[in-house]
Write a protein that binds this ligand. Structure first.
Ligand code: PMP
Length: 381
């Protein structure tokens, strides 16, 4: 079909949904005041901001005062980790994380190491899953923070974050537990009320809101040292004029996803099973995502065809996928390496990620072109 577009890179970013777009336009065109202004325009903006925080608090089972808007999950992760350890400096200098984190967490860990912190990185078990007992063992009386993602962005691996958090707290209740929830946010159930999570990061552009808006949950009583200093907005934790249009858009997108979460999940399961069935017919394809991975991210390798070559081949037909994670732009995947896959499998990996708009027809089209590519590109070798 001429001009057909099949966007299967929703873990990299998403198209902005109508509800988010409308909310952003309202906050930019009509109710565009500065939330700190004392007049009616300011009050209108403050109302939008309050509604977004209140809405998120309801969706997440926390209090409005525990939520902060940031510029994205990179900032939320930095603030949680770098700000969290400073807040807990007197308690110790050891931090625990995993080998599969996003670059924005990995880089914070490297920064902490440069500052003299000891960083312990936990890897997966032989079956690819993470064991809460390993976190229990890694935490000691000198540990100040544990950071673990909810869903891996490259493979869809689901981390048992609640169990990990409980194991961590059992060993040392003082430890701050941070979760990078970006790839699970509004797709998986999450309730912070009785959770072991102290800090949680999320990003708007992964859930059909615009880029440049993020959320950070900081549990009441947890001390975080701000990274920026300025006008005292958001309790001084995250200063700078609040981005009301995008905060409002973020909540509008979240609300819609939350409403349809179960239907979307069922759709993703159906799409994944169709995809696995179809790529199972291509002998060159191996699936890198494990059974325990979420259904909306599937990582696979096509023998002997480098990721970028296949990615651009598919692009000719309007199919968009990713080679590993979009953020690492072609760098060798540390995630697939942590799974123990050989170099050839890592160099040929593709990530396919769905949205609620993805159809069975899209999957069949993708599988058909992948099959064609795997034979025609081999011939060109
Ligand atoms: N964490 C994870 C797991 C991600 O997938 C991403 C985005 N690729 C981020 C953090 C960073 O989010 P943002 O783009 O909002 O900075």
């Amino acid at each position: 079909m001429e001009g057909r577009e099949v966007y299967l890179d929703n873990s990299a970013t998403t198209k902005v949904c109508k509800a988010a777009l409308e909310a952003a336009v309202l906050g930019m065109e009509k109710e565009y005041g500065n939330a700190a202004s004392l007049h009616k325009k300011g009050w209108e903006a403050q109302k939008l901001l309050d509604a977004a925080k209140k809405g998120f608090a309801r969706l997440l089972g926390c209090e409005e005062q525990e939520l902060y808007f940031t510029s994205g999950a990179t900032e939320s992760n930095n603030l949680s980790i770098l700000g969290g350890v400073v807040g807990a400096k007197r308690r110790g200098r050891r931090v625990v994380t995993t080998t599969m984190e996003h670059a924005s967490v990995l880089a914070c860990m490297e920064e902490l190491e440069a500052q003299g912190y000891e960083v312990v990185r936990i890897g997966p078990k032989e079956d690819g899953g993470f064991d809460p007992a390993d976190f229990y063992s890694a935490v000691d009386e000198n540990t100040v923070l544990v950071s673990c993602m909810m869903v891996n962005n490259e493979t869809g691996l689901l981390f048992p974050v609640e169990e990990i958090g409980r194991a961590v707290k059992r060993k040392n209740p003082q430890v701050l537990f941070h979760v990078d929830a970006v790839q699970g946010f509004m797709k998986l159930p999450l309730s912070l009320k009785r959770s072991a999570i102290d800090l949680l990061s999320a990003s708007g552009h992964k859930i059909f809101a615009p880029k440049g808006i993020g959320l950070l949950f900081i549990r009441k009583g947890v001390r975080i040292k701000p990274l920026f200093f300025g006008g005292g907005q958001q309790n001084g934790i995250r200063v700078g004029t609040e981005n009301v249009p995008l905060a409002s858009a973020f909540y509008a997108a979240a609300e819609e996803l939350a409403k349809n979460r179960k239907e979307h999940y069922a759709l993703y399961e159906m799409l994944k099973s169709r995809l696995l069935e179809r790529v199972g017919e291509i002998p060159e394809v191996s699936v890198n995502s494990k059974d325990s991975c979420v259904p909306y991210i599937v990582n696979l390798s096509v023998a002997k065809i480098r990721s970028e070559i296949m990615l651009h081949y598919l692009e000719q037909f309007g199919i968009y996928v990713s080679s590993g994670s979009a953020c690492s732009k072609g760098a060798k995947s540390h995630v697939l390496a942590a799974f123990g896959y050989p170099a050839e499998r890592i160099d040929t990996a593709l990530r396919v990620s769905f949205s609620p708009e993805t159809t069975i027809d899209d999957i069949d089209y993708f599988a058909e072109k992948l099959k064609e590519g795997s034979t025609s590109l081999m011939k060109m070798k």
